[in-house]
Design a protein around this ligand. Structure first.
Ligand code: ATP
Ligand code: MG
Length: 391
């Protein structure tokens, strides 16, 4: 039996030119991601996408790749018949059921579709005929037209497709259909989840990580690289920009009141991220901030940090409780890595009593002491290391 996969996609509200873009981006994503495990033919026809392996590859391996591509709502393993001969279809429906199911004690219904209007039977007749043939062959099955446990689909198009299982996809939109954004990726739980959420809406990611060597070790850097790799399972290649941040942090430490360190540091991070974003055609920044989670994320702190940005900053976790974020990070597979105990640069330079209600005026006044900051930012950007990461 020739096996393939029928890919169902959502966002049916997208029309015209955008739909075309959506579909083509999805096909590109599927092709790119599957190319890692073997040779495939991916075709778009009549508003559907078919994936056909050109060599022997285990079905589960293919499904595991497809399951992590944004934009798919369902993956159906199908058998493909080159002929539309009705007797042959009936036989193959039986062969299909024998292969897919072990016990024949379920209720079922046949759903038929024919794209060829000249076909000798209409959809209702196809369903009825196949249904009674299946019952003949498996007398322990029962028909239930309202709530069947199994729907057996017979679709007669240029080829004939038989399937009954729909594996749920992630939904969302294909990465690349909605521009690119720059994720501020730390070693924590939140930022990988934030990046994943925005990427799910079709946004391609680049990431920036501020590394304060030797206060943060190479192991901390490796952890961020690993997190980027885990996110790239869903997004495809991510360019990770690693910014040397130690000099800037020490400079702020030397010149500014310690209770303001975190806020000032975060403002500089945002400014540098924006410069790197512009240089790499990213249109927005993404952070893992959530209101009130820590001192640097009170509303006043967020407003003060945000003030330096001219680009939109997306904070998809803004209204999430920590547990909700943890749940997503477990689901997407970043949690175990995020909780590994390596310090991030913010934990080294935190004051005992950071301000929780900074005013923009007081922060700006402190920053006036940072006369060399422009030069230092320029140097940090120049010395940024870029690593291309893909799962
Ligand atoms: P996370 O779990 O994502 O580390 P957090 O709760 O530890 O977040 P903060 O340390 O205040 O919160 O950081 C808030 C956000 O700022 C992070 O979600 C991330 O987007 C960004 N950020 C923090 N530190 C860094 C860093 N060293 N490099 C890049 N981005 C960072
Ligand atoms: Mg953090």
């Amino acid at each position: 039996m020739k096996k393939a996969f029928l890919v169902k996609y959502g966002e049916i509200a997208i029309k015209g030119k955008n739909r075309y873009l959506f579909e083509n981006t999805l096909v590109d994503q599927i092709k790119g991601r599957l190319s890692k495990i073997g040779a495939f033919k991916v075709t778009k026809e009549q508003g559907r996408i078919y994936v056909e392996p050109l060599e022997t590859i285990h079905e589960d391996e293919i499904i595991n790749v497809l399951k992590n591509i944004f934009g798919l709502i369902g993956i159906c393993p199908v058998i493909v018949l080159d002929s539309s001969d009705f007797e042959h279809i009936k036989e193959m429906a039986i062969a299909y059921l024998k292969e897919e199911y072990k016990q024949f004690d379920f209720t079922f219904k046949v759903e038929a579709k024919r794209a060829i209007k000249t076909y000798p039977l209409n959809s209702m007749e196809i369903a009825k005929e196949v249904g009674s043939y299946v019952l003949d062959q498996f007398p322990t099955l029962k028909v239930d037209v309202h709530k069947p446990q199994v729907k057996l689909w017979i679709e007669i198009r240029n080829k004939t497709y038989i399937y009954s299982k729909i594996i749920k996809g992630l939904g969302g939109m294909p990465v690349g259909s909605n521009g690119k954004a720059m994720l501020l990726l730390s070693g924590g739980i939140d930022s990988p989840v934030a990046g994943w959420m925005i990427a799910k809406r079709g946004v391609k990611l680049d990431a920036v990580y501020f590394h304060s060597h030797p206060y943060t070790t190479d192991r901390a850097k490796d952890k961020v690289i690993e997190l980027a790799r885990l996110v790239s399972v869903y997004t495809g290649k991510i360019n990770l920009h690693i910014v040397p941040f130690t000099e800037i942090q020490l400079y702020i430490y030397e010149k500014c009141p310690h209770e303001q360190l975190t806020i000032i540091m975060r403002r500089i991070m945002m400014r540098i991220s924006e410069i790197i974003a512009y240089k790499n055609d990213a249109l927005a920044l993404i952070t893992g901030e959530s209101i009130g989670q820590v001192a640097s994320q009170t509303l006043q702190s967020l407003v003060t940090t945000n003030d330096v940005c001219t680009m939109p900053v997306f904070r998809p976790l803004i209204g999430f409780d920590k547990q909700d974020i943890v749940n997503i990070s477990e689901k997407i597979g970043t949690y175990e890595t995020s909780i590994l105990p390596y310090e991030d640069c913010c934990t080294i330079f935190v004051a005992k009593h950071p301000v929780t209600k900074p005013t923009l005026k007081s922060i700006e006044r402190s920053e006036e002491r940072l006369v060399q900051m422009e030069e230092m930012i320029e140097k940090a950007v120049k010395d940024t290391e870029v690593i291309g990461i893909r799962a």
